[in-house]
Design a binder for this molecule. Structure first.
Ligand code: HAM
Length: 423
């Protein structure tokens, strides 16, 4: 066990980690364009927050939370998702009093004690956003568009958008009754899980993956068929804005999200080819959640994208990962060269260069071999002779060309190049 990671977790090494960095960088960039700012909340919260926020009859709360008592006997839970925590922070800091809407994004690990498989982990990572304080349909459409812009930015152009409206508590009341009546008559054909869900959370039967349940659900009443006039109007408007931005989507009346807080718009991003865990992101509106968590009656909407699944979808296209390489490898030959080179390397690094060197006093041949193995762009050679003459050899490792430079010329050359890079 000592050298084994816990089930459902991953270690991340280079070069894979470069892909993660790139994805997170692009996510931040898209958030900046849409005016979202970062929020960082704790990785653990009081258990009650998720019980209330996510919903007591959800799989997450019933089966999947990492919950423990701390040393003072408080019940603590590792966050299974980000939304409830963001809202807790928003309410606690009374940010709702500021002129809104508030727009936050977050990146980080989430924890669910689920059965691990491809694309399903116990510690996974989400890129998420929440916008609090507006019920405008244009906001729904913009949030969806933003996720799609991010996917486009990272080269995922074929993500399918599935869209639904799950209505408000008003429409849900009559739907619930109708669903219970409908499924009660066909109870024998439901899977055990759905039998248990029937009276507690009948909506979830609609998206059960069991074949028999799916068959029965096909003719069941759906949230979409039971929308009240206000929710219907909202949904029409959301679609109008999506159409204006030429966003393609599939209306999926059976789309029921796994968290209880959703009202009105609900959506998922799907890449069917990556297997059973094909939902690479999802979100929706949650107009009752801020009040449920002790804040004012303000609406909200957001999404979270699974990083692991996003990467699975990307790798389906190409396994190639962009790997950064050192700008320069400084070969140091002898003690005097090391003493001379040590501060010089630091000066070069201040110019924003990635500079590698040899720490072990290897031969020139071995140092050049190391430089090539790292795919360094150039090598600088500092030996006894170079120190005497004050001229150093700079070899371009891609073309093999080399030039002789003084220390000053070397610094100037890189400063000039960097100046251009930064322009
Ligand atoms: P969610 O659908 O539970 O929504 O999770 C969002 C995404 O996280 C999923 O689409 C999936 O890509 C990823 N994900 C979930 N569970 C796992 C897992 N066990 N392993 C790997 N990836 C996983 C939420 O969490 C909501 N908080 C989203 C939201 C934000 N709604 C409104 N605002």
């Amino acid at each position: 066990m000592l050298t084994q990671k816990p089930k459902g977790t991953n270690d991340l090494f280079p070069p894979e980690v470069f892909l993660w960095e790139e994805i997170e960088r692009k996510f931040r960039e898209v958030c900046r364009r849409f005016g979202y700012q970062e929020i960082r909340t704790p990785i653990f919260e009081h258990t009650e927050l998720f019980e209330r926020g996510v919903g007591e009859t959800t799989d997450i709360v019933e089966k999947e939370m990492y919950t423990f008592l701390d040393k003072a006997g408080r019940s603590i839970t590792l966050r299974p998702e980000g939304t409830a925590a963001v809202i807790r922070a928003y309410v606690e800091a009374k940010k709702y009093a500021d002129p809104g809407p508030a727009k936050y994004f977050y990146i980080g690990p989430m924890f669910r004690y689920d059965k691990p498989q491809a694309g399903r982990l116990r510690q996974f990572h989400q890129l998420g956003v929440e916008i609090l304080g507006s019920d405008e349909p244009m906001v729904d459409a913009e949030v969806i568009l933003m996720a799609l812009e991010f996917y486009r930015e990272i080269g995922l152009n074929d993500v399918e958008l599935r869209l639904n409206s799950v209505g408000c508590p008003e429409c849900r009341k009559s739907l619930r009754e109708k669903l219970i009546e409908y499924f009660e008559e066909r109870k024998d054909e439901l899977c055990d899980l759905c039998k248990a869900r029937l009276n507690r959370n009948p909506l979830r039967i609609l998206d059960c993956k069991n074949e028999s349940c799916q068959k029965i659900a096909q003719n069941a009443p759906t949230p979409l068929s039971e929308l009240c006039p206000d929710c219907r109007e909202h949904f029409t408007e959301v679609r109008k804005y999506l159409d204006l931005a030429q966003v393609k989507y599939v209306i999926d009346p059976f789309l029921v999200r796994g968290l209880d807080y959703y009202t009105k718009t609900a959506f998922e991003f799907v890449v069917p080819e990556i297997g059973a865990q094909s939902s690479i992101g999802g979100g929706g509106r949650y107009n009752g959640l801020i009040r449920e968590i002790g804040g004012p009656d303000q609406p909200g909407i957001g999404f979270a994208l699974g990083e692991e699944r996003t990467i699975l979808a990307l790798k389906r296209k190409s396994e190639e990962i962009f790997v950064p390489v050192p700008d320069l490898f400084v070969c140091l030959l002898g003690e005097e060269a090391r003493e001379y080179g040590f501060p010089l390397i630091n000066e070069l690094r201040r110019l924003n260069l990635w500079v590698e060197t040899d720490y072990q006093g290897k031969s020139l041949k071995a140092q050049l071999k190391a430089a090539n193995r790292l795919k360094a762009k150039a090598a600088l050679i500092i030996g006894e002779e170079e120190l005497k003459s004050g001229r150093f050899i700079l070899r371009d490792l891609e073309t093999g060309e080399q030039v002789e430079l003084s220390r000053d010329e070397l610094i100037k050359k890189y400063a000039k190049e960097r100046g251009k890079d930064n322009a």
